[in-house]
Write a protein that binds this ligand. Structure first.
Ligand SMILES: Cc1cc2nc3c(=O)[nH]c(=O)nc-3n(C[C@H](O)[C@H](O)[C@H](O)COP(=O)(O)OP(=O)(O)OC[C@H]3O[C@@H](n4cnc5c(N)ncnc54)[C@H](O)[C@@H]3O)c2cc1C
Length: 422
């Protein structure tokens, strides 16, 4: 059996749903293939910064119900004996709040949005290999296996988009492997029933102790906790390496120690833990390139677009899908193959221009803070300085006005422009 469309999207996470949604809005025939069946879970912190909220609003997602979409108004950070609260900045380009939404619900909403705009979807269909043009070697389709019937299906399209997440099976099989000199994170999370769910801040633990708080060594990682409903918080911890994945860390014992050290009133007990701790990798700073070559275009985690500053990937997955859709629709309007290819080659350039400088700064950040001495010094001397922390907040969450804004926005925008793009 075979199937033909204009654009084929592999993976229906935020990146795949975004590209499918925007392409459908532009009248392009787009087909999405997803190995899971919705609603499906994805290991994630479920945190949506103002940048991600902006992308959701662009896609017409209704976020007005505060009960369904718990809002947070900033970050409460703990470290070196200090507790500080930094509100999300007031900007013209983004709202002054973030959200949290379980991925089981968020991803389902996003793919429904794409389908209601006109995209078609095959669930429970695993893409197994690319189909290449005999003479040019360009990707012209994919082979897939239906999970329920075991049937083998071939799909063909003028363009294939790999939105398959960190594994990026298609890109990998074509030799587009992860660049080990780019930063990589590893994070684990679970859900806990906790009174902390009443907070409207994102709690961030900048010091994870190996043993008793204040009396043991500091482990190279950070922790988070924020509400996803009025009784449940998403709790997790992550670590970062400036190149390749962080190795040799016992996340389970780190997590158990953090649970013990957390304030007792949060009730982070085993009985209140609702799911096992589960983890996954975070590919950062464009660690897989080129983002377009020979008929295959990469969006989201497949292109390594998680921010090295804060581990956020949803906003960039949505953004890359939006940008890609615009360029793909332009390419499809060209009348020659040369012009089609040339237009698609604009996508990597555009993404580099948008995020390359910022990701280069993120790589420097990752290199510095993976050294515990530097991290401890930053926490000790940085946290008590409110003005500095407001600047750090804008930088780490990519929440600044690119045009105009205050001196902090202009400083970050200038730095992102002058450093070479990742
Ligand atoms: C523990 C953890 C915490 C995180 N916390 C946050 C956070 O709080 N905020 C944030 O913004 N980001 C967070 N991230 C990062 C975020 O989860 C990712 O950046 C985001 O999911 C990327 O979206 P995507 O669409 O590119 O990929 P994914 O969400 O991974 O979607 C890929 C899709 O492709 C499908 N697929 C894969 N292979 C195939 C195949 N062969 N055939 C068919 N379908 C396939 C998958 O089933 C999946 O549905 C976190 C990550 C981890 C691991």
């Amino acid at each position: 059996m075979s199937h033909i469309s204009e654009v084929l999207v592999v993976g229906a996470g935020p990146a795949g749903s975004s590209v499918a949604y925007y392409l459908s809005c532009l009248g392009v025939r787009v087909h999405v293939i997803e190995k899971a069946k919705f609603p499906r879970d994805k290991i994630c912190g479920d945190g949506l910064t103002p940048r991600a909220v902006t992308e959701l609003v662009r896609m017409g997602i209704d976020i007005s119900d505060h009960k369904q979409w718990p809002r947070n108004y900033g970050i409460r950070a703990y470290g070196a004996g200090h507790t500080i609260e930094v509100p999300w900045p007031e900007l013209s380009s983004m709202p002054n709040y973030g959200l949290a939404k379980r991925r089981k619900e968020l991803d389902h909403l996003l793919i429904q949005r794409a389908v209601s705009a006109g995209a078609t979807l095959d669930e429970e269909t695993v893409v197994t290999a690319p189909i290449l043009h005999e003479r040019t070697g360009c990707v012209i389709g994919v082979k897939a296996r239906k999970k329920t019937t075991k049937e083998e299906v071939s799909y063909y399209a003028r363009l294939i988009v790999d939105a398959g997440g960190v594994a990026a099976r298609l890109a990998t099989s074509l030799g587009r492997v992860q660049n080990q000199s780019r930063p990589m994170g590893v994070a684990h999370r679970t859900y806990i029933k906790s009174p902390l769910a009443a907070t409207d801040m994102m709690e961030s633990q900048l010091e994870l102790w190996e043993g008793k708080a204040g009396q043991s060594a500091i482990a190279p990682g950070y922790g988070w906790a924020w509400p996803v409903s009025d009784s449940v918080v998403n709790v997790g911890l992550g670590s970062l390496s400036s190149h390749g994945a962080p190795k040799g860390m016992d996340y389970r014992s780190m997590f158990a120690t953090w649970m013990e050290n957390a304030p007792k009133e949060w009730e982070f007990t085993e009985e209140n833990q609702l799911e096992p701790l589960r983890g996954a990798a975070l590919p950062m700073g464009f660690n897989r390139k080129p983002l377009y070559e020979r008929g295959l275009l990469l969006v989201g985690d497949a292109g390594g677009m998680v921010s090295p500053f804060n581990g956020e990937g949803i906003a960039y997955a949505l953004q890359s899908g939006r940008v890609a859709a615009d360029i793909i629709a332009q390419a499809l309007s060209r009348t020659s193959t040369v012009a089609f290819q040339k237009t698609l080659e604009e996508y990597p350039k555009f993404m580099k221009n948008e995020l390359g400088g910022y990701y280069t700064m993120g790589r420097i950040f990752a290199y510095l803070i993976e050294k515990p001495v530097v991290m401890q010094a930053c926490v000790k001397y940085g946290l008590p300085r409110p003005m500095l922390m407001r600047l750090v907040m804008k930088l780490l969450s990519d929440a600044y006005d690119k045009n105009g804004g205050d001196w902090m926005d202009r400083l970050i925008a200038t730095l992102a422009k002058v450093v070479p793009g990742a």
